[in-house]
Design a protein around this ligand. Sequence first.
Ligand code: 4AD
Ligand code: MG
Length: 481
Amino acid sequence: MEQRRSFIKDLLVSTEIDREVNAKGWVRTKRGNKQVAFVALNDGSTIHNIQLVIDLTNFTENQIKEITTGASLSVNGMLVKSMGQGQSVEIQAKEIQVYGTADPETYPLQKKGHTLEFLREIAHLRFRTNTFGAVFRIRHAMAFAIHKYFNDRNFYYLHTPIVTGSDAEGAGEMFRVSTLDIENPPKTEDGKIDFTQDFFGKESNLTVSGQLEAELGATALSNVYTFGPTFRAENSNTPRHLAEFWMIEPEMAFYDIHDNMDLAEDMLKYLIRYSLENCIDDLKFLENRLIEEEKNKPQNEKSEMTLIEKLNLILKDDFVRLTYTEAIEVLKNSTPSKKGKFQFPVEWGIDLQSEHERYLVEKHFKKPVILVDYPKDIKAFYMKQNDDGKTVRAMDILFPGIGEIIGGSQREEIYDKLAARISEMGIPEKDMWWYLETRKYGTVPHSGFGLGFERLILFVTGMANIRDVIPFPRTPKNAEF
Ligand code: 4AD
Ligand code: MG
């Protein structure tokens, strides 16, 4: 009788031994001698492999030859206590069906120790490495934990549109969505492209943020959040930017900026705690990977803490909260500023660069920092204006090794102030009528923020490049797979 397939994760912790089981997966390694072969099988359910013990006298030479690194197979056999080191149970193989062979001459994942850059070029196969198995299991766990966190706190998951006509962040970094013939687009009388003839009858683009629509939901459902892909056509080829990334955007009626910061800090701590409680095997693997990697680094570049220590540190203390203006003072008085070491000089009004953010978090405070009350000129139109006429109630959360992980604000809920800001910034009011109407009817103080999902995963996994925490990264000049 065909055994029901068990996941390797469950077999490895099973206390019911000496029974027939079936496992399916991909061969990681094979070793052995003339009598017996030992195969490490992995099915993605865990970082750990199960060992198959194959008595060669029970199989033909051809069968054994097919079982190579990368081959996929199904095995029936006895789950027994292992005599060997490194595992508690193993499978004594009785029947093996090879689904797909993997020619050792050409299979790209033969050897261990491929570089992450090389693996990016074979992103279709990199899931089969320990590193990417760990990263994508953790990515899943974090997505699940986000939904759980909000569901347990009366938030509704709102699906905001991916195609939109608005530029929420006002940064103009949008990908156009159009079905017009780009070789020969229809023109208006004054020679401009006639978008009324386009699919949506107007200019449209991929969304940079679901926030504006989330705000509409929050003015009736109280607490909502979005969790979807967002798109930015910014040409920043950095280890922290993607052209397509996932963002979590909660939006809460009756929340001021302080409630907003409290929620953001609580959520980040919850997610990190969740990873420690649910992903420890994968985290330990990634931690060891980093320790190995650091061995080749010069002493002054070595990290003082391991990955798990870094995660625990976030849970320990309150995040530091200070205003942008105070942060500018700290930066001005800093050694790198005085010695002219910052690439971008510090003065009130500048958009903080990654070097500034990292100085504050990693050198000065040595813990996560929440900056509030930014100059209005460097922030989006929707942020609540402070009475000083210069700043807005924005907040950014800065993390060690990452820089900005969250950006958010209290929203301007007063119709006249919002309308004035919209016209001041040259945003066509006709595109914003629906947004403005929520301030006309039953307006409420409200706040929200955006968490960059991949930046969270970067932090939790300790990976260095954002291209390595999303299955198929979209970056300038790269949309392979
Ligand atoms: O600071 P941002 O641009 O804020 C917004 O989009 C607001 N609408 C959020 C809100 O208040 N609802 O983006 C939010 C976060 C950043 O802090 C960063 O973590 C991430 O999104 N992010 C990116 N992640 C990867 N690649 C990019 N190009 C990113 N741009 C922003
Ligand atoms: Mg931001």
